[in-house]
Design a protein around this ligand. Structure first.
Ligand SMILES: Cc1cc2nc3c(=O)[nH]c(=O)nc-3n(C[C@H](O)[C@H](O)[C@H](O)COP(=O)(O)O)c2cc1C
Length: 504
C-alpha cells in the first residue's frame, strides 16, 4: 500500500452499507495522507451513509465524494467518471526505439471516419483452432460465435460506441455526413461487399474452394453479413457480395445465404455485368483494355471493402489491392493483366504512379466505402502460397508462434493499410516465406501517394473517375515500434492514426 497515493475503493451496497470486508481492508493499512475515492454498485440505494461510515476507519485520508452505479451502467459512463477524476495521465509514452522496415515520418494526409484515423484491431486466440493440416478454411477450424463477437465489438469501437448497433449507426452517419448527406442507413439502400476470392478458381472453373491458397474467410464473411442484418438492420436482399474476377466456392455461398441471411446475392466473374457508363479513368496513360465497374457496385449506395491481410509477389495486398477484383474487361480470368496494371506494382520504387490510388479515389469504390475490414484470422505470406501451419503462425507479440486470429476495421483506407503494412512487413514469418517482400520497403509507395494525394510524390493528379481531382484519402504513418505498436493519436497527439486494440 506504501506505493500508492490514491486508492479507488469499490463495493456493493448490502443493507444500505459497505460489506464488512471493506471495513477490514481499511483497518489493515495506514491510509494517512492518501486519497480514497469510493464508489458503490447497488440495486436502488445511493452511496449515502455507507461512505461516511467508512471515513471513520481511515480518518487521516482524503475522502472526495463517492459515486454510485446502477446495474446497466455503460462502459462509457464509467470511462467518463474515471476521466472526470483526472487521476491518470492518459498520454502514453513510447519507451523503445523505432525498429520498423519503413522510414519513419510525420502523418501524411487528413484522418477520415466517425472517430478520425481510428483503426480497431480485435484479437481473440479462441477464434482459430487448427492443427495446420488439411485446408486452412475448413469450417471446424473457426469458432463462429467468437468471430461474430469480434466483428460486433470491432464495429462498436470503430464508431466510438458500446454496441454494434450504435456503432453501425455512427459509421453510416459519419460516411453520409462526409458526402454532404444527413442520417444513417435507410431501408432499401444497397450495399456491395468486395470479398477477395483471388486464391480460389484462379485459372479454372472449380467452385469447390479446395485450394490451400488464400481467399476471404467464409466464417468472417458470414459474421459480417450477420452483423449487417442483425445490428445494422440491412435486409439480406439488399446485400451483394462480389468478386468479378473469381468464382466463389459453393460451400461459402451456402453458409452465407442460409437462415436469416437468405437473400444475400453473390456476383462472380461469370455473372458480373459491366456498367459501360462507368469506365475507370486512370490518372496515367494506359494502352490496356477499358475497365468497367460491375453494376452491383454502381447501383449500390455503399461499399464494404473486405480484404485480406497478406503478402503478394507484387508487394502487399490489403484494402487497396482488393479492388483489382472490382472491374471487368476483355480478359475474364485476369482483368488486371488485361488492364496492363501490374507493371506499376512490381517496380519496387517510391515516387511513382499507383493504380491502387486511382481505385481508392474512384467515386464508386473508395467514394462509397463505409467500412474497410482486414481478414487477419489466418494470414498468407503471399498470394500464390499454400497456407500451412508453419507459414501462417506469426512470431511477433501477441501471436508468439500462433495464428494471427485478428480482425482490423477502419473508415480510413490509408490508415488501415498503413497498420496492415506495419504488421505484415515487420513479421519475420512473412518475410521468411516471401522473398519478394524481404527488405523492400518500397511496397508502401501507394500509401505515400495516397497520404499525400493532393501533392503526390509522383506528380500524378489523381481523380475520382468522374472528373474531380482528389485532395485527401486518409492518413498514413508508421507505428512507433513493433512491440508497443502505437501511432500518433495513441501518443497523445491530435492527428494521425489511433490504433485501438481489443485483446481477448
Ligand atoms: C445481501 C445483499 C443485500 C443487498 N442490499 C441492498 C440494499 O440495501 N440496497 C440496494 O440498492 N441494493 C442491495 N443489494 C443489491 C446489491 O447492491 C447488488 O447486488 C450489487 O450492487 C451488485 O450488483 P448486481 O447484482 O447487479 O451484480 C443487496 C444485495 C445483497 C446480496
Amino acid at each position: 500500500m506504501e506505493k500508492y497515493d490514491t486508492v479507488i475503493l469499490g463495493y456493493p451496497i448490502w443493507h444500505g452499507q459497505a460489506p464488512k470486508i471493506i471495513y477490514t481492508f481499511l483497518e489493515s493499512y495506514d491510509f494517512s495522507g492518501k486519497t480514497i475515492l469510493p464508489f458503490c454498485t447497488s440495486h436502488s440505494s445511493g452511496i449515502g451513509s455507507s461512505a461516511d461510515n467508512l471515513h471513520e476507519l481511515a480518518p487521516n485520508a482524503n475522502w472526495p465524494d463517492g459515486a454510485r452505479f446502477a446495474a446497466g451502467t455503460s462502459e462509457s459512463e464509467i470511462q467518463a467518471w474515471l476521466e472526470s477524476l483526472e487521476l491518470i495521465d492518459t498520454t502514453e509514452v513510447s519507451t523503445l526505439p523505432y525498429d520498423g522496415i519503413y522510414p519513419q515520418h510525420e502523418p501524411y494526409g487528413t484522418e477520415i471516419g466517425a472517430m478520425p484515423g481510428r483503426v480497431v484491431w480485435t484479437y481473440d486466440p479462441d477464434s482459430v483452432e487448427w492443427d495446420g493440416k488439411g485446408y486452412w478454411w475448413e469450417l471446424d477450424h473457426f469458432d463462429e460465435s467468437v468471430i461474430l463477437d469480434m466483428v460486433n465489438d470491432s464495429i462498436a469501437a470503430l464508431g466510438g460506441k458500446d454496441t454494434a448497433r450504435d456503432g453501425w449507426t455512427a459509421l453510416f452517419t459519419a460516411h453520409n455526413a462526409a458526402h454532404g448527406k444527413s442520417g444513417g442507413y435507410a431501408a432499401g439502400q444497397k450495399i456491395a461487399i468486395k470479398a477477395n476470392i483471388n486464391g480460389s478458381a484462379v485459372y479454372d472453373d472449380d467452385t469447390s474452394g479446395e485450394t490451400k491458397m488464400s481467399y476471404t474467410n467464409p466464417v468472417l464473411l458470414k459474421a459480417l453479413l450477420t452483423s449487417l442484418v442483425e445490428e445494422a438492420g440491412v435486409a439480406p436482399e439488399d446485400i451483394t457480395v462480389y468478386d468479378v474476377s473469381r468464382l466463389f466456392p459453393n460451400y461459402l455461398i451456402e453458409i452465407c445465404t442460409e437462415g436469416e441471411l437468405k437473400g444475400v446475392r453473390f456476383v462472380d466473374r461469370d455473372i458480373g455485368v459491366a456498367d459501360e457508363s462507368a469506365p475507370i479513368v486512370w490518372s496515367h496513360e494506359f494502352s490496356g483494355k477499358v475497365n468497367y465497374l460491375p453494376t452491383c457496385v454502381t447501383e449500390a449506395t455503399y461499399v464494404i471493402n473486405l480484404a485480406n491481410l497478406k503478402g503478394h509477389s507484387y508487394g502487399i495486398t490489403l484494402c487497396g489491392k482488393n479492388h483489382f477484383g472490382s472491374f471487368i474487361n476483355g480478359n475474364t480470368m485476369r482483368p488486371p493483366e488485361g488492364a496492363n496494371l501490374h507493371q506499376w506494382l512490381t517496380r519496387n520504387e517510391m515516387g511513382i504512379y499507383s493504380p491502387l490510388v486511382d481505385l481508392m479515389a474512384n467515386a464508386n469504390l473508395g467514394g462509397k466505402t463505409v467500412l474497410y475490414m482486414l481478414d487477419a484470422l489466418i494470414c498468407a505470406p503471399s498470394k500464390g502460397a499454400s497456407i500451412t501451419g508453419d507459414n501462417s503462425r506469426w512470431q511477433q507479440a501477441p501471436f508468439n508462434g500462433d495464428y494471427t486470429s485478428s480482425v482490423f476495421v477502419s473508415q480510413d483506407p490509408v490508415a488501415i493499410d498503413s497498420v496492415g503494412a506495419d504488421f505484415l512487413m515487420n513479421e519475420p514469418t512473412v518475410t521468411d516465406y516471401n522473398g519478394a517482400l524481404r527488405g523492400d520497403p518500397a511496397v508502401e509507395n501507394y500509401l505515400h501517394e495516397a497520404g499525400l494525394v493532393g501533392n503526390a510524390p509522383s506528380g500524378t493528379i489523381y481523380t475520382d473517375s468522374q472528373g474531380h481531382t482528389v485532395t485527401n484519402l486518409g492518413v498514413h504513418e508508421h507505428w512507433c515500434n513493433a512491440t508497443e505498436k502505437m501511432y500518433s493519436r495513441n501518443l497523445g497527439k491530435d492527428e494521425g492514426i489511433e490504433l485501438v486494440s481489443i485483446m481477448k
